[in-house]
Design a protein around this ligand. Sequence first.
Ligand code: ATP
Ligand code: MG
Length: 317
Amino acid sequence: MEEFKWEDRIPSARELRGGFENADDILSRIMGSGSPSIGSDLLHDTLLAKSVNSRRIKRSDATRIVSVTNQKGGVGKTTTTVNVATSFAAEGIPVLVIDLDPQANTSSSLGVRQRGKGIYEVMTGQASIQEVVRKSPIFPSLEVVPSSIDLSAIELEMAGEPRREAVLKKCLFSYLERSGKKYEYVFIDCAPSLGLLVLNALTASREVLIPVQVEYYALEGLNQLLRTINLVRLNFNPDLKNVMMILNMVDRRTILSRKICEAVREAYPSLVLSSSIPRLVRVAEAAAAGESLTSFDPSSPAAVAYRQACIEIAERL
Ligand code: ATP
Ligand code: MG
């Protein structure tokens, strides 16, 4: 009788598929796809990282000035500014970040604490941007105009000044012209308000990026913000045209989160980026370590999502 050899009964990968399975095939086979399981999440993240990291970010000929704003607190303005700016910078793209929030979280997350003068002194005419701008200790093509708690007094101090909405614009445009710096992006991180500082940011910008936290009240306040942006466009800054929204803290595994994403996309179909940022502890851990996610954990799915958002932002104009 012929000896039974179990090894001979196993079809080889080549026989099964007409070729060898690669790592993605093996993952797909083991994890399956489509169902919201940990396996399919892992598969989704692996495939996304591969495709996003293999793409290049389109370069910009002009300097794009983008305010990152939302009057709601804690929705991810600073996290978005820090991680979008560093994702661009990680590619060698020249970026300037202006921290226009007295909380100064952007400055510290980018490793640039204000020593001496900062944006307050710039806006009160005591220093130029050239004098206060600092290089990122991690990304050679990233520069930061730091902020400090002093900035909290500025709205009252500027209240009686003529053209008080255009102070930042004047300082920024004169710096860009005199320094000859060819930044491809300037990101301005705003405080959670619709006050004079935000008005200055919007007047100096040509674009707005609105982080929307995916939570039950996500849509609340967005119309008011869009009305304010439109008022600024009509009254102070006709160049303010490109408005983008980015969904943040998305939990792919809950139905509520998916429904909220759908509702925001339905309400503002042309404004919402297709890339969205997952809610991950890693994001908060990077902030707690005083770092961007781009340097703290570039392989995290959230860092990949930020890079994907950058690819999309770069192609939006
Ligand atoms: P503020 O209005 O006070 O300026 P903000 O809009 O700038 O706040 P962030 O400071 O960026 O918001 O984020 C608020 C908190 O949420 C931070 O602790 C941050 O680490 C955390 N966070 C932001 N995005 C995410 C995310 N995708 N996943 C997990 N945590 C996040
Ligand atoms: Mg902030």
